[in-house]
Design a binder for this molecule. Structure first.
Ligand code: SAM
Length: 394
């Protein structure tokens, strides 16, 4: 296969192109061994997480201006400071409690939360991080060693889910990084979009959907009370329910705050959303072709929060609330944080107010990113969910 061209996107530099070539060879070999094609979720798993090669498991910058995309903690420390206020409320229900963060990225959220919790006099017993990328674990350690050296002995990296956890669980943009299945609804059934090797790169190749995927699509249609139109293409995350169930198994008592791009099932499978919700990021260019730039671009799929809520209820959680990020921040202490702006220089105030706009404006992260709060056992509902809760829309 030639190194595939991708119109409208920046050219990767030589080292990135070489790396992508290795990832393409790795995935092509997997496809050959699988008999000519793999499911899209398997392709996404390899492209993002192949050991030492995938987008998250190899060494590219990824986050921030020098990388491919920005996340809320990377935009501004204000995000983590408001999250910390909510953590402090939950931790206040316990004598001893910890925070468990999934997919901590650069470590920025962990740093902001720990600094703010120290100011609030509410440092957790432990700050546990469960991260699938060994490269990112190393970077998180380096970052936190500089940012909060005096708190580093409280931070611990886990190899898997703990047997038990009491306190807070945090996950920002982790669910949208879980591999998804892609399907096409046809009038006579459900087809699975698989990935094969074509002459000019990877290409989609339809096959009859396996039973598990057919059942999942039928379940979506049953809950929507309508069939999806012939030709309708979308995604389903078959891994989300298991991920939430795992969380339910390990959290004895506490509250999970999960932030992600997404919406309700009705929004996710809206009749006019005929091409699904895959979004790829390369050098701050967002596009929807997951088959190019293998291993050097991020691939994400927005989250069906109705599916998350259903899995959570099945796993013994109560839904504390479901809100767009703007309302979570407004209800969670943004105003108190803004009072701190008064002590800053005019330049700093302007910079901070631009960051707040990115976090809260509807066309930016304010409306597209949602937060779902899940509680287990006797824990007071965090105050952020007091303003405009939309749980009833799920
Ligand atoms: C889009 S990044 C978000 C990083 C960070 N939370 C932030 O907001 O900047 C997704 C992160 O989730 C991690 N990840 C993906 N799947 C995971 C899983 N099943 N468990 C834990 N971490 C995971 C990735 O390695 C990466 O650190």
């Amino acid at each position: 296969m030639q190194y595939p061209r991708h119109s409208g996107l920046p050219e990767p530099d030589e080292a990135s192109a070489r790396h992508s070539r290795r990832v393409i060879d790795y995935i092509s070999e997997r496809i050959r061994k699988a008999g000519g094609s793999v499911s899209f979720s398997e392709f996404m798993q390899h492209a993002l997480y192949a050991p030492g090669l995938g987008y998250y498991t190899a060494g590219s910058t990824k986050f921030g201006t020098a990388g491919d995309f920005v996340t809320a903690p990377e935009v501004s420390s204000i995000f983590g400071r408001v999250v910390a206020r909510q953590c402090a409320e939950v931790l206040g229900n316990f004598d001893r409690a910890s925070i468990l963060e999934f997919g901590a990225g650069s470590g920025k959220l962990a740093g902001d939360v720990l600094v703010a919790l120290e100011e609030l006099g509410a440092i957790p017993e432990r700050y546990r991080i469960l991260e699938v990328s060994p490269d990112l674990c190393e970077r998180q350690e380096q970052y936190l060693r500089t940012r909060v050296p005096h708190l580093l002995d409280r931070v611990e990296w886990l190899d898997g889910l703990p047997n038990s956890h009491a306190g807070v669980v945090l996950a920002n943009e982790v669910l949208d990084a879980l591999p998804v299945e892609r399907f096409v609804r046809q009038s006579d059934g459900v087809r699975q979009q698989r990935v094969a090797v074509g002459e000019r790169g990877f290409e989609f190749d339809d096959a009859q959907a396996p039973q598990l995927l057919r059942d999942a699509v039928h379940e979506v249609e049953r809950s929507l009370r309508r069939a999806l139109a012939p030709g309708y293409v979308s995604e389903i995350s078959l891994g989300t329910a298991g991920w939430v169930a795992g969380l339910g198994d390990c959290l004895d008592r506490g509250c999970a705050l999960l932030f992600d791009y997404g919406g309700t099932r009705q929004e996710y499978f809206a009749a006019d959303r005929r091409e699904g919700w895959l979004r790829c990021h390369f050098r701050h260019h967002a596009h929807n072709d997951p088959l190019v730039l293998a291993g050097i671009q991020d691939i994400t799929a927005w989250v069906d929060f109705t599916a998350v809520a259903q899995a959570a209820v099945d796993a013994g959680f109560a839904i504390a609330g479901y809100l767009p990020q703007s309302l979570f921040l407004a209800g969670g202490g943004l105003e108190q944080e803004m009072q701190l702006l008064a002590g800053l220089s005019v330049e700093q105030q302007l910079e901070m107010s631009a960051q707040i706009k990115t976090l809260t404006l509807p066309g930016e992260m304010g409306e597209n990113i949602k937060c779902i709060g899940l509680t287990k056992g006797a824990v007071a509902k965090p105050s952020a969910f007091g303003l405009g809760d939309r749980t009833h829309t799920l």
